[in-house]
Design a protein around this ligand. Structure first.
Ligand SMILES: Nc1nc2c(ncn2[C@@H]2O[C@H](COP(=O)(O)OP(=O)(O)O)[C@@H](O)[C@H]2O)c(=O)[nH]1
Ligand SMILES: [Mg+2]
Length: 366
């Protein structure tokens, strides 16, 4: 049996199996085997040159967000509305066939927005431009899922397609440590009790991946899917926001009802009629988790008017890189006032992590 046949056999078996407490172990193992086969299939494909590389877009600005949606939901209209770019808008499908970038400026941040061609069901297996489109999402800071009020069910299609190429939306990498050892079987120690999978299932999944001996430290109550993600690797953890476009075509009651039925909270907008666009910009800004850093020149006055905008958890090094290409070479030390230090004017190194509204002085070597 080749890989595609093996994959099909497991899928058949899964669809025959009812999911309940008694079959949990069996299904968990099938999922592990399926994930392993898919990874092998990807490896074969990339060796034979079937690439899944994305479009080549230079990242600029303080963060990059991408639109993912089916054709004609209004992505290009929205790009134009948010950024003043000129992406072709069409009343017919597949107008956008390449990546169109725009720059949105909001609350002092420059946010790069990428309009991508629409995807369709099956995109992750290479339908249309799908694979290349989805690959761009891997490196984005935020994915905006764009839906049409009359086709809200697209959300499931998009989440599935993104999931298939290894993108995990709004999740964190699971907090576990696996250390392979030469012998002694698999030892599991739990800092947090496992409630979503048995220890036996955990061990069996590890064995599917050829780990027969090792120490596992569980620091989070992970389920079998998270464990499979962790060992099969190559997963991309990306934040998302869901947008419901074209609300100008329906009334408020319709929108409320959609929200009640919908799995995730969405932001209702109309790109074309300019409804709720500022609220959307705020939501994007908040979701990107920016902080403000006020610069104070050595011996000078702090500039409170124009803070530098950077992502949360950035370091002094990130600021140096933002200010000037060569600054890190000349860096001697920095002085910081604010939440990230114990006392004002504290001397810190280049790897110091900054916090919102810190005041920063960079001292260069002469
Ligand atoms: N009624 C309405 N139509 C819209 C809205 N946004 C976009 N459209 C229309 O939907 C069609 C597809 O738009 P487009 O931006 O090309 O969609 P894309 O394929 O997702 O990029 C065009 O005819 C747009 O004018 C909206 O908010 N309301
Ligand atoms: Mg378009």
């Amino acid at each position: 049996m080749g890989i595609p046949e093996k994959i099909q056999a497991i899928k058949d078996e899964m669809s025959k199996t009812q999911i309940n407490k008694a079959t949990e172990h069996h299904v968990g193992l099938l999922k592990a085997k399926l994930a392993k086969l898919r990874r092998e299939q990807e490896e074969v494909k990339s060796r034979s040159g079937g690439s899944s590389v994305g479009f080549d877009v230079k990242r600029t600005g303080d963060a990059t967000v991408v639109f993912i949606g089916l054709p004609s939901v209004g992505k290009s209209t929205l790009l134009n509305r948010l950024t003043g770019a000129k992406s072709a808008v069409g009343a017919f499908q597949f107008t956008t066939t390449t990546v169109v970038p725009g720059m949105m400026e909001h609350r002092g941040a420059k946010i790069q927005v990428l309009d991508l061609p629409g995807i369709i069901k099956g995109a992750s297996t290479g339908k249309g431009l799908g694979k290349r489109v989805l690959a761009v999402a891997k490196s984005a800071d935020l994915v905006l899922i764009v839906l049409d009020v009359f086709q809200p069910y697209h959300e499931d299609v998009i989440r599935t397609e993104l999931g298939n190429i290894g993108i995990r939306l709004d999740q964190k990498p699971p907090d576990i440590v696996i250390e392979k050892t030469g012998d002694g079987g698999i030892a599991v120690s739990q800092q947090v009790p496992l409630t979503k999978m048995s220890i036996n299932l955990m061990k069996d999944i590890l064995r599917v991946y050829g780990i027969n001996n090792g120490r596992v430290l569980v620091r989070e109550d992970v389920d079998s899917e998270q464990l499979i993600d962790f060992i099969s690797g190559n997963k991309f953890y990306v934040q998302s926001l869901t947008i419901m476009n074209k609300i100008d075509l329906v009334n408020q009651g319709f929108v409320n009802e959609l929200q009640q039925k919908s799995k995730s909270k969405f932001i209702p907008i109309s790109a074309d009629s300019d409804i709720n666009i500022n609220a959307l910009k705020d939501a994007i800004f908040d979701r990107l988790d920016f902080i403000r850093i006020y610069m104070r020149p050595k011996g000078g006055e702090t500039d409170y008017k124009e803070p530098l905008i950077i992502r949360n958890k950035s370091t002094v090094l990130d600021i140096c890189n933002k200010l000037h290409r060569d600054l890190k070479k000349d860096f001697r030390y920095a002085l910081v006032w604010g939440k990230s230090v114990k006392f004002g004017g504290q001397r810190v190194g280049i790897n110091h992590t900054l916090q919102d509204e810190d005041v920063l002085t960079i001292v260069k070597a002469r």
